[in-house]
Design a protein around this ligand. Structure first.
Ligand SMILES: [Zn+2]
Length: 203
């Protein structure tokens, strides 16, 4: 079997309609998203491809809110730039979501973190070349053979989330996803501050 045939494409079962996004939650996630965008930890690369996403768990559920696909180019987001992930299946590379935009194709990476630790309430995925190069294999790092957007990547995340060190440090480097880094926390502030702690030293 070639690699091409073995690749399970990301599938999004998308209902294009708005949802209720509590003002307090929206304001908080959007503040962090703006901060990360200002620091170019979320944005568009030289090829014009968006990168980076941020999510917030819907209290005590496996559902979460996440920045929509192709929103990296916008400086400021509105509620319409977020999607609500209602359900997912890691092995089928499938998510069910609602919103005016589709959930990011990296939603399952976020789902894998939430699923691994019920205390996690927020996840940030960023791209940063210098941090990635410096932290790769120094901090817990996913298998370099495993590509982004695959069920295998979500399984790698789940594997690392079993490690005590990962749950304490709250950061994972994505070995097979160039520039990819994940941080998480018991709230948005913690997930953001973990990232900024490294960014302020290395970035
Ligand atoms: Zn990425």
């Amino acid at each position: 079997m070639t690699q091409e045939e073995g690749y399970i494409k990301f599938e999004c079962d998308w209902e294009e309609k708005g949802f209720t996004f509590a003002k307090k939650n929206f304001n908080h996630i959007n503040e962090w998203r703006k901060k990360l965008h200002d620091l170019e930890l979320v944005g568009v690369d030289e090829q014009g491809v968006g990168f980076g996403n941020i999510s917030l768990r819907e209290e005590n559920t496996s559902r979460f809110y996440i920045t929509g696909s192709e929103t990296g180019k916008h400086t400021d987001l509105t509620k319409d730039h977020y999607a609500r992930v209602l359900d997912y299946d890691i092995d089928k590379n499938w998510v069910k979501c609602t919103g005016k935009v589709k959930a990011s194709s990296e939603s399952l990476t976020h789902a894998a973190v939430y699923e691994s630790d019920p205390a996690v309430q927020a996840v940030i995925h960023t791209h940063h070349d210098r941090m990635w190069k410096m932290l790769k294999n120094k901090l817990p790092t996913t298998d370099p053979e495993v590509e982004f957007g695959t069920p295998e990547m979500a399984h790698e995340i789940k594997r690392l989330m079993q490690q005590r060190e990962v749950r304490i440090e709250k950061i994972i480097v994505m070995g097979g996803h160039k520039e990819g880094i994940i941080t998480f926390g018991r709230d948005l502030d913690e997930a953001g501050e973990v990232l900024l702690k490294y960014y302020n030293v290395i970035g």
